[in-house]
Design a protein around this ligand. Structure first.
Ligand code: SAM
Length: 322
């Protein structure tokens, strides 16, 4: 079992397999970075898998593949099947923008993928173009349909932004409800890579918008889930992820690995240690030691919750995987 320096059990590894993305979302990567990491700096799937085995041996039982856009990385299904064939009961999930999912969903499901979280910030083509700076919505919706068709469990993620998609939160909720997929509204997390004019909606504002049409009861946070859950009168559940709330980090159970081998204990802070040398040498004991060191030093709290200081993270979401 992995316990961090603040007594929290960590059992969830998120792996960002590439920093590259085919969208330029305003809240994440509005502009292409000055340069991408050269391909030779990326760990291969075999190298990432070596670390995955170490993490599983130490107590990780939940793995999410993310990015950048993970479907841009060739042969992602091979990586998924490596993990699935090693331990079939791992809760194996993917976060994607779904642009390439129509063609890949079946292959990913066959490889052992169980669940997929898909970003859906709007149902209006012109707003999607404004947010992602590309004509995306048609392909994204087809990707969602395909994921459901092949039997993947689907959740949708939406970042509510003032003056951009705040008028259509109910419509987005209803789209997800019709598909029996949970929508999670994620509070915009201020970061220095995003468009600095963006203003996100806070949890209470999102609640108030939904309240105009639906009665719901608040179920709160269940287990180590980052989202507060809500239930409509007909039993449909939606979530709000509120990293600005003071107690958000109390149940944090996650650690992040990026494509260059940096092991990152917190989405907010820059601190990280590399497992690259260890996996290149096949040094399993060394990789396990790096993992334990990172956990010992996992910060207690992010600083988005420090509202009076209006804190902004310097970490890029497309590097860390959101
Ligand atoms: N490309 C994939 C996608 O679009 O889902 C995976 C990577 S993306 C960085 C993962 C998640 O992070 C998405 O749900 C996205 O909405 C969220 N995200 C990115 N930047 C964010 C920000 N500044 N605030 C809140 N959520 C953010």
């Amino acid at each position: 079992m992995l316990i961090d320096g603040h007594g929290r059990e960590v059992n969830y590894l998120r792996i960002s397999v590439t920093q590259r993305c085919n969208f330029r979302c305003q809240y994440c990567m509005p502009e292409k970075p000055f340069s991408w990491q050269p391909k030779e700096n990326l760990l291969s799937f075999e190298e990432l898998f070596l670390f995955v085995k170490v993490a599983i041996d130490e107590g990780v039982n939940k793995i999410r593949i993310t990015g950048g856009e993970p479907l841009l990385r060739k042969d992602l299904d091979t990586f998924i099947s490596l993990i699935h064939n090693h331990k079939a009961d791992i809760d194996l999930a993917l976060t994607t923008n779904a642009y390439l999912l129509r063609k890949t969903a079946q292959k990913l499901k066959d490889a052992g993928l169980k669940r997929v979280n898909i970003s859906l910030d709007t149902l209006k083509p012109h707003k999607a173009r404004l947010i992602a700076q590309k004509d995306i919505l048609g392909e994204v919706l087809k990707g969602i349909d395909e994921a459901l068709k092949v039997g993947l469990k689907v959740k949708l993620n939406c970042v509510p932004m003032r003056g951009i998609n705040d008028k259509e939160l109910v419509e987005i909720l209803e789209y997800c409800k019709q598909r029996d997929s949970q929508i999670r509204f994620i509070e915009y997390m201020e970061n220095s890579h995003a468009n600095n004019k963006l203003k996100g909606l806070h949890c209470e504002e999102i609640e108030n918008i939904i309240k105009q049409k639906y009665n719901f009861k608040k179920l709160g946070r269940i287990g180590s889930s980052p989202s507060e859950l809500y239930e409509l009168e007909d039993g449909y559940r939606f979530g709000i992820i509120n990293p600005h709330k003071h107690d958000f980090c109390e149940t944090c159970n996650r650690i992040r690995l990026n494509a260059e081998g940096l092991l990152i204990p917190c989405l907010y802070f820059d601190e990280a240690l590399s497992i690259k040398d260890c996996v290149k040498k096949g040094d399993i004991a060394g990789a396990a030691e790096v993992l334990r060191t990172v956990l010992r030093n996992k910060p207690e709290k992010n600083r988005w919750s420090v509202e009076e200081d209006n804190e902004t993270s310097a970490r890029a979401f497309y590097e860390t995987g959101g």
